[in-house]
Design a protein around this ligand. Structure first.
Ligand SMILES: Nc1ncnc2c1ncn2[C@@H]1O[C@H](COP(=O)(O)OP(=O)(O)O)[C@@H](O)[C@H]1O
Ligand SMILES: [Mg+2]
Length: 212
């Protein structure tokens, strides 16, 4: 079976790319061999895994650059069932362009605010260019830092409906567990009972993505 290659990108910093990538990787690694590639020169995902050390439940994180990202995704896809790529927070990035040409699925975490939605419009232009070169590429926005899992204002629903990139039904709530996991160098799965609600958020996204 061909690997499912997933990139997490948004040209804005702080929207939850690394949080989503790392926790999806942890959830997917419970289903099959998973590779976690860090294409962000800031190296947050690498740092996260390093904090947890040998006890971390995260798959090993490999740093990649524009010059080797295509090869790295290809090699990882040959070895694993799932490949996750955490992307840099800007569009003028060769690495991001190459990642978008090399994956099956692009997840774009956004905060449920119109300002963040408008900021993503630029990314959708870059996405259209990427789809021109990689016609199989599918993209979804993922709502992050929801006040509760189903609390999205009506006006935000309307704004999202007008947007050309579809939004996953499931998102991540704002939960202390997502920050604790980063502090402890593990995923929310590794927090045990403290992470249970956060795990439910991540599992719902994984199930939706695997069915999409
Ligand atoms: N669902 C969430 N609940 C609570 N805190 C979150 C959540 N998602 C992200 N954060 C926090 O928000 C900050 C930015 O998230 P991060 O994943 O680093 O974003 P990015 O990779 O897009 O820059 C971090 O401090 C992270 O712990
Ligand atoms: Mg990041």
């Amino acid at each position: 079976m061909a690997a499912l290659r997933i990139a997490v990108a948004n040209q804005k910093g702080g929207t939850g790319k690394t949080t989503l990538t790392v926790n999806l990787a942890a959830g997917l690694s419970r289903r099959g061999e998973t590779a976690l590639l860090d294409a962000d020169p800031q190296g947050s995902a690498r740092h996260w895994a390093r904090v947890g050390g040998a006890e971390s439940d995260l798959p090993p994180v490999r740093g990649v650059t524009a010059s080797n990202v295509k090869t790295s995704i290809g090699v990882a896809a040959g070895e694993c069932r799932f490949v996750l790529v955490d992307c840099p927070p800007h569009l003028q990035s060769d690495a991001l362009r190459k990642v978008m040409q090399s994956v099956d699925l692009l997840l774009i975490p956004i905060q449920p605010s119109p300002l963040d939605l408008w900021a993503s419009i630029e990314l959708s232009a870059a996405l259209q260019e990427a789809v021109g070169r990689n016609p199989g590429l599918r993209a979804y926005m993922v709502l992050n830092q929801l006040d509760s899992r189903n609390s999205l204002s009506r006006s935000m629903h309307e704004a999202l409906a007008d947007f050309e990139v579809p939004v996953l039904t499931n998102g991540l709530a704002r939960r202390a567990a997502f920050r604790s996991a980063a502090l402890e160098g593990c995923s929310v799965y590794g927090l045990g009972r403290r992470g249970a609600s956060a795990v439910q958020d991540v599992e719902a996204i994984i199930e939706e993505v695997l069915k999409s």
